[in-house]
Design a protein around this ligand. Structure first.
Ligand code: DCP
Ligand code: MG
Length: 554
């Protein structure tokens, strides 16, 4: 076990007014070697490789609806950054190479690299990046003694402790000596900032600060283990590069939080090591809002309540003082430890998405079923393909299909309708489209006032393990014809109520979807060539679906 609680404080007395550090009381413990690895300009690398562009030397940017979503490092060196417009990028570098993300054209189930896609008629596909990501994670997972936790499409935490131990032992066996820093000279070491730290402490109030660290003891053995970890991480990065062609950067330290903080210090294509004794020197002027979990409300309330922005600013406060701001003792203790570099989190097993989501916001809003059908065809096809890949990878099949209809874009993507159904089997794009259209027709036709839809979303969820030989697209389920059962037509047909089956899922529980309307800064709407909506008086109502009723889930 790495360590239990606070009993392993290393030096916990207050610094004196002169800012002299009290002599550390290092406690011996078995430190881990944790790496955070993140692909450099990920989507740009994927596309540059496809296009045969040398992303290491030629400025290249990837565009989504006129904005840059990935910028390679040669372009960054020219002052070009993410979310700028392609127009601005070309102004800075007229020769810059660029391309657009792939898109589905409305009505067409296959995505392509369309030369001039239009937001009104096309939907972004993230499929190439998901596929590339999977190959990269397969390589991470292929190393013995390495635990992998997915952090995002292009980032992972790796616990390389076991592999590092084996490497260190092998090194001695082969070289007749221990590994040293020189043997991993390709690794950048976080600079020693003891002098800066000392000066910082000297500037503090006479009350002093609680100088305390939770890092493992910086013994020669542990230093060697970290160095061996760097060698392991290098070989993982080498394999990603030689087998797939991608560059990535990494941070190596004794915990997840610090490894993530340092992994981008020397991008691109580099790795950085933080020794445990460098923790406080690294953190004292580090903005706590950049620490994992401090980005949102927690960070904001601390910043306002305690009037500080850096980790060092918070060293003045004990747990009670932090508690007076965050209002919860456990959270206060958590904050107290984190701003001193403590993170005992172990790697979580690879998380499995609880749902697969495909959605599209379009304009103009419409109640034209023909137009909505074209979007559902795209979303359904995309989702079926992803379900196949996901189902095979995790041996899971879905059970619930959810359709959302929104009239306020992503602001409220389900304000017009939100309903769940048993997932039809076989799960074909046609079957999903049929369910979505039946439901949409009912919503439109049963509404007492006109509804205009500009956001449709289709989600598959409630995954379960598949039986042997089951296929994710045809696992035993409700068949499509059972979705709709006969009911007498009635003028007083009940209006379909909104449901919130999915709303209990936290955002983290959902997959990353093809949120082409989420990740990128929205530009003002470009006129869509889609048929304009006729006004409400001349609007032709689509015939109500005959002899169908939506069967709700239990
Ligand atoms: N991405 C996106 N929209 C965002 C953030 C990211 O579409 N707001 C996509 C494009 C990125 C990929 O996710 O290529 C990975 O995100 P990163 O933040 O890791 O950024 P990069 O990999 O592009 O660059 P870096 O080298 O800084 O990691
Ligand atoms: Mg990245």
């Amino acid at each position: 076990m790495y360590r239990s609680v606070f009993s392993l404080l290393l030096f916990s007395t207050r610094s004196d007014v002169e800012g002299n550090l009290p002599p550390p009381r290092w406690v011996l413990m078995h430190g881990r070697v944790i790496c955070h690895v993140d692909l450099d300009c990920f989507y740009a690398q994927v596309e540059a490789l496809r296009l045969g562009i040398d992303f290491r030397s030629d400025p290249y940017v990837l565009v989504q609806w006129g904005n840059l979503i990935a910028v390679n490092y040669p372009a960054r060196r020219l002052g070009i950054g993410r979310f700028e417009t392609i127009r601005d990028a070309v102004a800075k570098c007229p020769d810059i190479k660029h391309s657009h993300v792939p898109t589905y054209e409305v009505g067409n189930p296959d995505y392509e690299y369309h030369p001039n896609p239009n937001k009104g008629t096309h939907k972004v596909s993230l499929d190439p990046y998901r596929r590339a990501s999977k190959k990269i994670f397969d390589i991470f997972g292929s190393f013995p003694g390495v635990l992998v936790e997915k952090g995002g499409v292009d980032e992972a935490y790796l616990d390389v402790t076991e592999a590092a131990e084996a490497f260190a032992a092998d090194f001695v066996a082969q070289n007749g000596r221990h590994i040293t820093q020189d043997d991993v000279a390709y690794t950048k070491v976080c600079p020693n900032r003891d002098e800066d730290l000392k000066q910082f402490l000297q500037c503090q109030d006479s009350g002093g600060v609680h100088v305390e660290t939770f890092a493992p003891a910086p013994t020669p053995e542990y230093h060697r283990l970290l160095q061996a970890g760097c060698a392991v991480v290098m070989s993982i990065r080498d394999k990603v590069r030689s087998e797939l062609g991608y560059d990535c950067s990494a941070g190596v330290s004794h915990n997840k939080m610090l490894s993530k903080c340092i992994s981008a210090l020397f991008k691109p294509n580099q790795q950085t090591l933080l020794y445990p004794e460098g923790t406080l020197g690294f953190l004292f002027d580090f903005k706590f809002s950049k620490l994992r979990m401090f980005g949102g409300k927690l960070g904001q309330s601390i910043e306002q309540g305690l009037h500080g922005t850096t980790c060092g600013d918070l060293w003045r406060y004990d747990v009670d003082a932090i508690n007076s701001v965050v209002g919860d003792k456990e959270t206060a203790a958590f904050v107290y430890r984190r701003v001193r570099g403590d993170d005992v989190d172990t790697l979580a097993p690879r998380s499995i998405s609880k749902s697969l989501l495909a959605q599209k916001v379009f304009s103009p809003a419409t109640d034209d079923i023909a137009v909505l059908r074209m979007w559902f065809v795209v979303l359904a096809q995309e989702l079926v393909e992803r379900l196949q890949v996901f189902g095979e990878e995790f041996n899971m099949c879905g059970r619930v299909l959810n359709i959302k209809l929104g009239g306020s874009g992503l602001g409220d993507a389900s304000d017009i309708g939100n309903k769940s159904f048993p997932l039809p089997t076989p799960t074909t794009a046609d079957a999903l489209t049929s369910v979505a259209l039946h439901y949409t027709s009912i919503v439109i036709n049963n509404s007492t006032s006109r509804v205009l839809i500009n956001c449709v979303s289709v989600t598959i969820s409630d995954f379960r393990k598949m039986q042997q030989h089951e296929d994710p697209l045809s696992a035993k389920q409700q068949t499509l014809d059972k979705f709709f059962r006969k009911r007498p037509r009635s003028d007083s047909a009940p209006r379909v109520e909104k449901e919130t089956v999915q709303s209990s899922l936290k955002p983290d529980d959902q997959d990353d979807g093809d949120d082409d309307d989420v990740l990128i800064i929205e530009r003002p709407h470009v006129a869509s060539p889609l048929k304009p909506v006729v006004n409400s008086t001349s609007r032709k109502r689509h015939p109500a679906p005959v002899d169908v009723e939506v069967i709700e889930l239990d």
